[in-house]
Design a protein around this ligand. Structure first.
Ligand SMILES: Cc1cc2nc3c(=O)[nH]c(=O)nc-3n(C[C@H](O)[C@H](O)[C@H](O)COP(=O)(O)O)c2cc1C
Length: 486
């Protein structure tokens, strides 16, 4: 059942019971003095600071940088809104490529010496907007997310794929134009790339970021390396080899006498790629999501956190081992996500309306929300106590996001609640819920997916339906025409 039709927490719970899922929901949102969401995150310190609450903003790029990876007014506005949200953890701002060829699109930010002062300006805007609204930034921690896009690189033109991959993939290669072994990274090239991460972490420290996130999620390069079972050499095969890039980046950052704190964003599990069912799509419209045929690639040794014998199921053995490794390496927080928005968006970003390169939901998206919540819970249960765990994919909960996340933090299912799409339409949703016990329903993200459909079609991202800054742009008319075909 659609969330807006569920008028009370009790109705929400009845609905989840009928779906057969374990998705708890409190009856009331507690005021700040009693709210688990308002308690400081005291199990870790980032740059010597304790984050003042359990609310985080996940990194979100807008495909809106300059051609040289610099800052634009749209970016500035987004970072200001992140600052105004009241969240005390900004888990990366947005993906920043550690070098030009690692950009997922020709408008992605590049963290380089050339762009250093502009990125410093973004951080300043975020801090100022937070200071203005909340009177302090002493309990606010802000990091930068460092990335190389690997299989999804399009650094120069939106329409030009320039993938560089860890290994040949029997399903994804044809989808993302991998046609030759020349597109595989050599071990020596990886050694050079590691230096780029170390340099980027130095720039982040110089600018004053509290930490860097070494991105290992969503099918981007370092996530792909975690699943490089079939790759020979120093960076493939064994668990030790597949995680060597992270160890070397962290050792390199420390050898550079850089004491910046480090977090990791991880796709905690994966499934096979999905596609729109061609038999159920009519007149070019998207059908429900079905798995790609994987019968020719069993055992499925092409992912991380996926059961090789049945890749429609997750397997948390290696992800749990990876969290322990992170703790040993001094990583302070792991922010958990899942899968990839490019090949199985329903598990990564549950939505009732699909993006243009996706598929219709084959069942209630709450089932996908619950999967992530339960995975995070299992990982929190087995993770060392000195590492904080952040969760994700809560936006689809809409009105019930505050009730559910309050329960999750109170019961220790997760340490930090990270918000994605909801922030684009309603940055201070959780603060509003805690302060007033109710929400402005006109600002609630309804998972229309325009923020993804836009960039998939060469437009900048933003909440076109609900944020007047985007609604009033001509691009919205273009987007509406595209969406008629979905
Ligand atoms: C427009 C947009 C941009 C995103 N950019 C990034 C990014 O730069 N880095 C990242 O790790 N995840 C990115 N994500 C994923 C989000 O951080 C988050 O994982 C996802 O939206 C699911 O959380 P939600 O249900 O709260 O939206 C992006 C998502 C959207 C919708």
């Amino acid at each position: 059942m659609r969330i807006p039709k569920l008028k009370t927490p009790e109705a929400f719970r009845k609905n989840t019971a009928s779906l057969g899922i374990d998705l708890p929901c409190d009856d009331h949102v507690l005021p700040a003095a009693e709210s688990p969401l308002s308690t400081p995150l005291d199990i870790i310190k980032l740059n010597g600071k304790t984050a003042g609450n359990r609310i985080a903003i996940h990194p979100m790029e807008g495909w809106d940088g300059t051609k040289t990876g610099g800052v634009t007014k749209e970016m500035k506005r987004r970072w200001q809104r992140f600052g105004m949200s009241g969240a005390k953890l900004i888990l990366g701002g947005e993906a920043m490529a550690v070098r030009h060829d690692g950009r997922a699109n020709p408008n992605q930010l590049i963290i380089s010496n050339e762009n250093k002062s502009e990125i410093a300006g973004l951080l300043e805007l975020l801090l100022d907007s937070h200071q203005e609204k909340y009177d302090t930034t002493e309990d606010l921690v802000v990091g930068f997310q460092l990335t190389h896009s690997g299989r999804f690189c399009r650094p120069n033109e939106h329409s030009q794929f320039e993938p560089r991959v860890a290994y040949r993939h029997p399903i994804l290669d044809s989808k993302f134009k991998v046609t030759s072994d020349k597109q595989l990274w050599t071990d020596d090239e990886i050694d050079e790339l590691i230096q780029c991460y170390i340099r980027a972490a130095r720039i982040a420290a110089d600018i004053g970021a509290d930490f860097v996130d070494i991105k290992h999620c969503h099918g981007y390069l370092l996530h792909e390396f975690l699943g490089a079972h079939t790759r020979p050499g120093r960076y493939g095969g064994s668990f030790e080899n597949r995680t060597r890039i992270l160890s070397q980046i962290i050792n390199g950052i420390r050898s550079d006498r850089n004491q910046i704190d480090i977090i990791v964003r991880l796709s905690a599990f994966d499934l096979v790629p999905f596609r729109s069912d061609p038999e159920k799509s009519s007149s070019g419209k998207l059908g429900p999501g079905i798995p790609e045929n994987f019968s020719h690639c069993l055992p499925y040794n092409y992912g991380f956190g996926v059961n090789p014998d049945n890749p429609l199921e997750y397997d948390l053995n290696e992800p749990q081992k990876f969290i322990k490794l992170c703790s040993e390496l001094g990583v302070k927080l792991v922010s958990l996500s899942a899968g990839s928005p490019y090949y199985n968006p329903h598990i990564q970003r549950p939505a009732i309306y699909p993006p243009s390169d996706g598929y219709q939901p084959a069942y209630d998206p709450l089932i996908d929300v619950e999967r992530q919540i339960q995975v995070v819970r299992k990982i929190r249960d087995t993770a060392p106590s000195n590492i904080a765990i952040a969760g994700c994919a809560y936006s689809y909960l809409q009105e019930f996001l505050p009730h559910v996340t309050q329960y999750l933090v109170r019961e220790g299912w997760v340490d930090v609640v990270g918000l994605g799409r909801m922030v684009l339409s309603y940055p201070d949703l959780l603060l509003d819920a805690i302060a007033q016990g109710q929400l402005n329903s006109k600002k609630i993200c309804r998972t229309f997916s325009d923020c993804t459909t836009g960039p998939r079609n060469g437009l900048i991202s933003g909440c076109y339906p609900l944020d007047s800054y985007y609604k009033d742009r001509q691009d919205y008319d273009v987007l509406k025409r595209i969406k008629k075909q979905i």
